[in-house]
Design a protein around this ligand. Structure first.
Ligand code: PMP
Length: 286
């Protein structure tokens, strides 16, 4: 059963509860996280909560929800919903205040959360996806997971309009790829894995960090955290995107150009298998 949490209580997701002068609603003044539930267990919750805290700090929103409390609400929403495999979305806005751009003197941050059933797209993982290229028009603090997503929405809509499954964004001034619309981008060339450094131009994905810190060192691949051009990506042997929802999903075509031999590559497949092994250990063998 889909379920939501709003300002301290559990409600149906369609109940009318948005407060008119919530700064999240009027300004996108808030942060969010998306976590995945496997077998009634939230995967990598600690990493998501750490990023949530960092996003709040960067936006100067007081930290009023402690990690233990957020973890307990995650636990409760999973239990009450009865959902075994799903996605949890939560956001914390700066709170409710008279509409002025500057921070109100006194606000209480507001937490809301939803849980829905979902599963990773195994067809995409087996066959790979086709992506478009789209100019990255977002602001220069993409490292903060804020509610302001219009740049990402335009990037995704462009792919949708073209019948594609994903988008890869690049900055026009540098001709360098940043990331997907809601994923991190990687390519593999001559056995080396390339991805954008975790600076202000990309979101430091939890899945990206798990690959770099917990998986790749064991598999022995070399990683270069350096931005690459679209031309370089098109000449790669393999490409893939990562996110909580997509896990590791191969990219087999970019802007009409086939990547490698057009099938998911060996490195990508080994990363996905290792990721699934980590999920199994964390969520099924507790
Ligand atoms: N970049 C952007 C812009 C995103 O929205 C996301 C998904 N939240 C990611 C990367 C991947 O992050 P994660 O692995 O934490 O889901």
């Amino acid at each position: 059963m889909e379920l939501a949490f709003f300002d301290g209580t559990f409600i149906r997701p369609d109940e009318r509860k948005v407060l008119l002068e919530d700064r999240g609603y009027q300004f996108g003044d808030g942060i969010y996280e998306v976590t995945r539930v496997y077998n009634r267990t939230c995967f990598a919750l600690d990493r998501h909560l750490a990023r949530c805290r960092r996003s709040l700090r960067e936006l100067r929103i007081p930290i009023t929800y402690m990690d233990e409390e957020l973890a307990a609400i995650h636990h409760d929403i999973i239990k009450k919903s009865g959902i075994k495999d799903g996605t949890i979305y939560f956001q914390i806005t700066r709170g409710v205040g008279k509409r002025t751009h500057t921070f109100p003197d006194q606000v209480v941050p507001l937490l809301s959360m939803t849980i829905r059933e979902s599963k990773p797209n195994s067809e995409w993982q087996e066959n790979g996806i086709h992506c478009g290229l789209f100019e990255d028009i977002r602001w220069l603090r993409c490292d903060i997971k804020t509610l302001n997503l219009l740049g990402n929405i335009f990037a995704k809509q462009d792919a949708h309009d073209k019948g594609l499954q994903g988008t890869i964004q690049y900055r026009r001034n540098t001709n360098l790829i940043t990331e997907g619309a809601s994923s991190n981008f990687f390519c593999v060339k001559d056995g080396v894995i390339w991805t954008h450094p975790a600076d202000n131009l990309i979101l430091k994905g939890v899945t990206r960090s798990i690959l770099l810190e917990e998986i790749i060192p064991h598999l022995g691949y070399t990683v270069v955290e350096k931005a690459i051009s679209p031309e370089f990506a098109l000449s790669a042997d393999e490409a893939f995107v990562t996110s909580t929802s997509l896990e590791v999903t191969p990219v087999v075509n970019i802007a009409g150009h086939t990547i490698g031999d057009g099938a998911p590559g060996k490195v990508t497949q080994s990363l996905l298998a290792s990721y699934h092994a980590l999920v199994k250990k964390a969520c099924y063998e507790k």
